[in-house]
Design a protein around this ligand. Structure first.
Ligand code: ZN
Length: 447
């Protein structure tokens, strides 16, 4: 119970408990193992396959020749397997293969394979809870149907693939109560096909995915105007999976900025304040950039919390372009434009977030705000979850972007705050015995 006392003292001591969580020395040590050199060799290896177009070769000969998406897939698999050997077989390396097409941008039936490694949770109950990091290993050039010319995809999305692999390498040395999945998908450039299949498989299998971190274009392109101190974190406002009743509630209560994905984005900001990762998340309150999409949407559509990490400033000459020089301007997604220290910082932020979530208890169950009577106090109730040492109530003014206030509720499942529910937005989170925080849950009104 010492951990409990430490945590309650921290609350009493002030607001630090809200802005900075307790540092877990094991997590701090693990993220310090993230290596820009390893990330560089991963990205250079991915580029060496010439093209990773989802429509490119994946037969035995192409794999032997080290060319095409089949060769990339086999290499990623072998990397996960080598990390697993280094941790006594702690990772289960799996593939999710299916056939897609003919559909738009996939003219003939094509086998698509997602490759992933599962670090199963050490606690039988908590192991059902899953956090995911993902990147897409397919690439493209100017012509989305071209399968032979170079499509290096160093930044888009060799960088995100390298983040998944590097997180697997450093976190597989630890054990967490909950399960972590390190995912790399294909088919992103054809229409999010790989992630859509994986997210649907998870939904159909009733997987309890709490968070998905999608890294797509996190290379920190070396253009003069790049800001290497920040990475954008995009999160949806209105959940893509909302039904009309959900939307009605959101409209009535001002819940437009409180999707589960947005709570995840705020959680990432808190993790960033807690661990020294070397980069700041610029929380961006929209699903994605104009005219662009990504694999987090596939998870959002199935009702999972998912966000997208993307470098601060993109250079469009270095994405989806044939490798060439025109009037002295270089085009193409080449390794020389990638800033490996930047990718490493993004990987540390991802790894710290995954580790924090996988160490924490589940979010509180069935969080309700009692609204039966008109009163100026606000009473919240929730259901206890395994491994929680206590709970905290968070709140903020309706205009505030992040949680400004926290109050411990002890180990109770009910709390009354002397403040009108009409003036603020509330949430409740679980706290583990060493102060690990779950994602916060915004209450539903109970009459
Ligand atoms: Zn991409």
């Amino acid at each position: 119970m010492i951990g409990c006392l430490t945590w309650f003292s921290a609350i009493v001591a002030g607001q630090d408990a809200l802005n900075v969580g307790p540092v877990d020395p094991k997590i701090a040590a693990a993220i310090s193992q993230v290596s820009a050199t390893r990330i560089q060799s991963t990205i250079e290896k991915l580029v060496s396959f010439q093209t990773r177009s989802t429509l490119s070769a994946q037969n035995t000969a192409s794999i032997a020749a080290g060319r095409g998406i089949g060769a990339a897939r086999e290499w990623i698999k072998s990397e996960f397997e080598s990390y697993s050997r280094d941790c006594g077989g702690c990772l289960e390396v799996k593939t999710d293969t299916f056939t897609e097409g003919p559909v738009e941008r996939i003219p003939a039936p094509t086998e698509i394979t997602n490759v992933y490694a599962v670090l199963k949770g050490s606690d039988p109950e908590s192991a059902k809870r899953i956090v995911v990091v993902t990147g897409h290993y397919d690439s493209r050039n100017s012509d989305n149907l071209n399968v032979t010319d170079p499509a290096p995809g160093a930044n888009d999305d060799g960088s995100g693939t390298a983040v998944s692999l590097e997180c697997a390498r450093v976190l597989s040395k630890l054990k967490f109560p909950a399960t972590v999945i390190f995912l790399t998908v294909a088919g992103e450039e054809q229409g999010l096909n790989g992630s859509r299949h994986f997210a649907k498989m998870a939904k159909d299998g009733s997987w309890d995915i709490e968070a998905v971190l999608n890294n797509d274009i996190v290379g920190g392109d070396r253009s003069a105007q790049q800001d290497t101190s920040v990475v954008r974190v995009f999160s949806e406002g209105l959940p893509a999976a909302s039904i009309e009743a959900d939307l009605k509630l959101i409209r009535n209560l001002g819940g437009e900025s409180d999707s589960a994905s947005r709570q995840l984005a705020r959680y990432i900001a808190e993790v960033d304040r807690t661990y020294d990762v070397g980069i700041k998340p610029a929380l961006t309150f929209r699903l994605d950039r104009y005219l662009r999409g990504g694999d987090h949407l596939s998870f959002n559509q199935q009702g999972f919390a998912a966000v997208r990490f993307t470098e601060y400033r993109e250079d469009y000459n270095h994405q989806h372009q044939n490798v060439r020089t025109e009037n002295g301007v270089e085009f193409g997604d080449l390794p020389k434009f990638v800033n490996y220290d930047y990718v490493a910082a993004v990987a540390r932020l991802n790894a710290a977030t995954l580790a924090s979530l996988a160490s924490a208890p589940a979010p509180p169950g069935k969080v309700h705000l009692l609204t039966k009577e008109l009163q100026n106090d606000s009473t919240l109730t929730w259901e206890a979850v395994p491994n929680a040492a206590g709970y905290e109530v968070l709140w903020r003014p309706t205009t505030s972007p992040g949680w400004d206030h926290v109050q411990s509720a002890g180990n109770a499942t009910r709390s009354t705050i002397p403040m009108s529910k009409d003036n603020v937005i509330f949430a409740v989170r679980s706290v583990g015995k060493d102060g690990q925080r779950s994602l916060p849950v915004v209450p539903v009104p109970e009459r």
